[in-house]
Ligand binder design. Structure first.
Ligand code: SF4
Ligand code: SF4
Length: 413
């Protein structure tokens, strides 16, 4: 893909550089202006190689939102990183092998979740974690996320699929890997909340959204996943379903990265019909009135410290949870500010990036600790990991809070 013309829109204001959390803590990272427009200008000479610092970008996409001139920064970064990995990164290097493993988490999770207790015991062993760090460069500082006893898809199948039928209220649920293998309670909360509002739910065939693959320059892997997703979700859209995702990085990938990087038939249709789960409910339903009837104390709903993930901010969704839960009586939801959590999917799992990741997250940890609530809330599963890791708090998804407030209560929705 030739992005050189987009580089001409850059007028070197440096807003992108000042918004970059990685450039702030890592002196060796030259920042988004270099990775984007400057690198693509250099590529006017066809034989110019991609600078290896492109692998230092965490793909938080904050620079995209900071550019006043609509320079397609993340598209430039993703494309350059893909070219670097394909043409310049040695395929037997420890970095490539480690990044390929992290990028394809869903493949390993599919295997590990067949024997979840055994996998959890092995991956939770400190000796295994230290070997992982020495051999592969996956930090031993973090606890490996536990697999649920049963995947969401297996629960859904045994349940017999949807409990609600509807001609006009239909969603196709894109759960992604993490809600399928790890935080199954988030996926179940989506099902229960949407069914309470009268939606028929389809759980279509799907692969990883591609987010960790983009971040590691594994564009061929991402292309294979995207091809399955676009075909499957495109079919659902034709049958009258809108696509809803519970992870804001998944909705970001389907809405922005797919059209920027791939040209499968139906990519634009999928992008135009995909929504974040809370966003879609707020557009289509009156959630506020039933929520206003609830007293949080009656349902043991605690106060929260809420973090908006960078990828939700990029979709303009950063205030929706805080605004919504203002209507829930007896709950304080504090917005802990606009800083990045620092983990950015796989970035904070890399041994050499772990300290940077924690330094970036420091502002969020401090704000969480000053908030009234001792429970965190966020839409992103890896931000959730970082929030828990930095503070020790339990973390909920907004859908779980809605479930606690509205489902199986006497409140009419
Ligand atoms: S995507 Fe994030 S880490 Fe990468 S250059 Fe942009 S702001 Fe920096
Ligand atoms: S914010 Fe946009 S216009 Fe400003 S330096 Fe970055 S890419 Fe160029």
């Amino acid at each position: 893909m030739d992005l050189r013309p987009g580089a001409d829109s850059c007028y070197k204001c440096t807003s992108c550089d000042t918004s970059c959390p990685v450039a702030e803590v890592d002196d060796s990272f030259p920042g988004p202006k270099f990775q984007g427009p400057e690198q693509w200008r250099l590529k006017r000479k066809e034989d110019t190689e991609i600078d290896d610092s492109i692998t230092g970008c965490s793909n938080c996409m904050r620079c995209d939102g900071a550019c006043p001139s609509d320079v397609p920064l993340s598209q430039m970064h993703n494309t350059a990183r893909g070219e670097y990995v394909e043409n310049q990164q040695p395929k037997l290097s420890r970095e490539y092998i480690r990044n390929r493993i992290l990028a394809n988490y869903g493949t390993l999770a599919g295997l590990g979740s067949k024997v979840p207790r055994l996998t959890n015991a092995i991956m939770g062993n400190s000796l295994v974690q230290n070997v992982n760090e020495k051999l592969l460069g996956i930090t031993a500082e973090r606890d490996f996320p536990e697999f649920a006893d049963r995947t969401f898809r297996s629960w859904w199948k045994q349940r017999g699929g949807p409990m609600v039928e509807s001609e006009d209220k239909r969603i196709a649920y894109f759960h992604g890997d993490y809600a399928n293998y790890n935080t199954v309670e988030v996926a179940k909360a989506l099902v229960r909340v949407y069914e309470a509002f009268g939606y028929e739910i389809l759980v279509p065939d799907q692969r990883c959204s591609g987010t960790p693959m983009f971040a590691n320059g594994m564009l061929d892997d991402a292309r294979r996943s995207a091809a399955v997703n676009v075909e499957s979700l495109g079919d659902a859209i034709e049958r009258g379903y809108d696509v809803v995702a519970s992870c804001t990085s998944c909705s970001m990938a389907l809405r922005q990265e797919y059209p920027e990087l791939f040209d499968f038939e139906g990519t634009e249709t999928v992008a135009a019909n995909t929504y974040d789960a809370l966003e879609y409910l707020l557009i289509n339903e009156n959630v506020i009135d039933p929520l206003s009837e609830v007293d949080a104390d009656d349902h043991d709903i605690p106060d929260f410290a809420y973090h908006a993930p960078c990828h939700s901010r990029n979709q303009g969704l950063d205030r929706q949870a805080v605004e919504l839960f203002r209507h829930l009586d007896g709950v304080d939801v504090a917005d802990v500010g606009d800083s990045c959590s620092g983990i950015s999917g796989t970035y904070g799992w890399k041994e050499e990036k772990y300290e940077y990741s924690m330094e970036i997250g420091e502002e969020m940890f401090e704000h969480m600790e000053h908030a009234e609530g001792q429970t965190g809330m966020t839409e992103c599963p890896t931000c959730s990991m970082q929030m828990e890791h930095g503070t020790g708090y339990e973390i909920d998804h907004p859908l779980q809070v809605l479930e606690a407030a509205l489902v199986d209560t006497d409140v009419e929705v």
